[in-house]
Ligand binder design. Structure first.
Ligand SMILES: Cc1cc2nc3c(=O)[nH]c(=O)nc-3n(C[C@H](O)[C@H](O)[C@H](O)COP(=O)(O)OP(=O)(O)OC[C@H]3O[C@@H](n4cnc5c(N)ncnc54)[C@H](O)[C@@H]3O)c2cc1C
Length: 405
């Protein structure tokens, strides 16, 4: 439920595991034709899962394989540290910077081709659910015209993102996301490639952070590549003093680039934040559009499952966008859930197995990314607890053959 990265990856994984009767309900009126969102990072463990789903080439077409991650001092542009990533770090699977909307469309097209055109129902907003005694759930939906309907299922998977309705019903006392005292924006800009052209950089000065990477190869005609950036600044410096608009924001809320520039243009020697090889001010000024990022931080939950309802992706474990981990973790959730449902003969036991594997791992990442707030350090493959050998050696989450249930 929810045709984002996690919901679509779950549909494909369940299908791959032989569990064919899957429906994806999506609140948005349509998916495409314009891909929505900015850049997301796919770590090698998530790329392995997509490759095992037969989507390696499709993913490769959505972005750029990352070669290095480099940390810089935002004040002076000095390189603090750098490390290889993906294939360059010895993984069998690349790390990618991809356009979130293009990845979503690649997954959506695979669902349509493999599972049929009626599997994803757009314009269907989940408004609640009712547990049915004996092991089923009734999902309640509203459409854009005020109509309502409901559907029964053996299992409802809440993959409905950071403002999850399913999570809210499951945890009525939880309240709004935690504001960590920062504001964040994202944008994409056509710009000259920097460093290797496959570099991801993170620059910080203790208060502000700027993350940047290419999402495409340079256009042979213009020499410019689609370049993604995420900027973070302290809320105390926010131009709007009372309430951070991002406190109620969503992923598509446009922001004023002048406000972002206000945080990233200082007086003095490095006034323009131009490192020579990376012009931060220019990236913000020339951005196709600037969007707020929603406040993502939430404490880890004590449980994801209630009866025949479970959570997946951002709904289960929203993570700070600057940590670049949300899409990868949603894909891993999807594969582990499908593997459990495809190999364990009771849905309740499968859900317990899914949660036992994924909840502690993602809770640790949530806490790491919260703790890293205020520092330059962000979650990545180290925080995700993977290394090339561990990934090579672990068994596949794919399911051979199907399970009769
Ligand atoms: C429009 C959009 C743009 C984004 N842009 C970025 C970005 O630029 N950078 C970044 O790091 N992350 C971005 N994200 C978040 C990123 O996609 C996720 O962190 C990550 O991929 C995990 O995916 P998910 O499937 O758990 O959640 P999401 O990708 O957020 O998907 C959730 C889906 O559920 C749908 N939904 C929500 N509520 C309901 C409901 N009640 N009923 C039915 N459907 C519902 C949403 O429309 C969405 O399609 C964006 C998310 C969205 C929705």
């Amino acid at each position: 439920m929810g045709a984002g990265i996690g919901g679509l990856a779950a549909a494909l994984s369940l299908h791959d595991a032989g569990l064919g009767d899957v429906r994806v309900a999506e609140a948005a009126p349509a998916l495409g034709p314009r891909p929505v969102g900015g850049g997301v990072c796919l770590l090698p463990d998530a790329v392995r899962e997509l490759t095992e789903l037969g989507l390696g080439d499709a993913v490769d077409g959505c972005g750029v394989a990352t070669e290095e991650l480099a940390y810089y001092d935002l004040s002076g542009g000095t390189r603090v540290w750098a490390e290889p990533r993906g294939l360059a770090a010895g993984y069998r699977w690349p790390q990618y910077s991809v356009h979130r909307g293009e990845l979503q469309m690649a997954l959506y097209n695979a669902v349509l081709a493999r599972m049929g055109t009626d599997v994803v129902r757009t314009g269907a907003r989940l408004t609640g659910y009712v547990q049915i005694p004996g092991g089923a759930v009734e999902a309640l939906f509203a459409d854009a015209y005020g109509g309502t309907h409901s559907e029964w299922a053996d299992l409802l998977v809440g993959a409905d993102g950071v403002h999850s309705m399913v999570r809210a019903q499951m945890n009525p006392a939880e309240g709004a996301p935690i504001c960590n005292g920062k504001v964040m924006w994202r944008g994409t800009t056509l710009a000259e490639p920097f460093l290797t052209g496959r570099s991801m950089i993170m620059a910080g000065d203790g208060a502000r952070k700027f993350v940047c990477h290419a999402l495409s190869a340079p256009d042979p005609r213009t020499g410019k590549a689609l370049t993604n950036w995420v900027a973070e600044a302290p809320l105390a410096e926010h131009a709007v003093s009372e309430l951070p608009v991002s406190a109620i924001g969503d992923w598509t809320r446009e922001a004023d680039r002048a406000e972002v520039l206000g945080h990233f243009t200082l007086h003095g020697r490095h006034a323009s934040r131009d490192f020579g090889w990376l012009d931060i001010r220019g990236l913000i000024e020339d951005s196709i559009a600037v969007y707020e990022c929603p406040p993502i931080d939430r404490d880890p939950l004590a449980g994801w499952t209630h009866g025949r309802v479970t959570l997946l992706g951002d709904a289960a474990h929203p993570m700070h966008p600057i940590a670049s981990n949300g899409a990868s973790q949603a894909i891993l959730d999807a594969r582990v859930l499908a593997h459990a449902l495809g190999t364990v003969h009771s849905i309740d036991d499968a859900l317990a197995q899914y949660e036992a594997l994924r909840r502690p791992a993602t809770a640790a990442l949530q806490l790491t990314s919260m703790a890293a707030s205020g520092e330059i350090a962000v979650a990545g493959e180290h925080a995700a607890g993977v290394d090339p050998r561990a990934l090579d050696e672990r068994g596949s989450y794919g399911v051979r053959g199907s399970v009769a249930r």
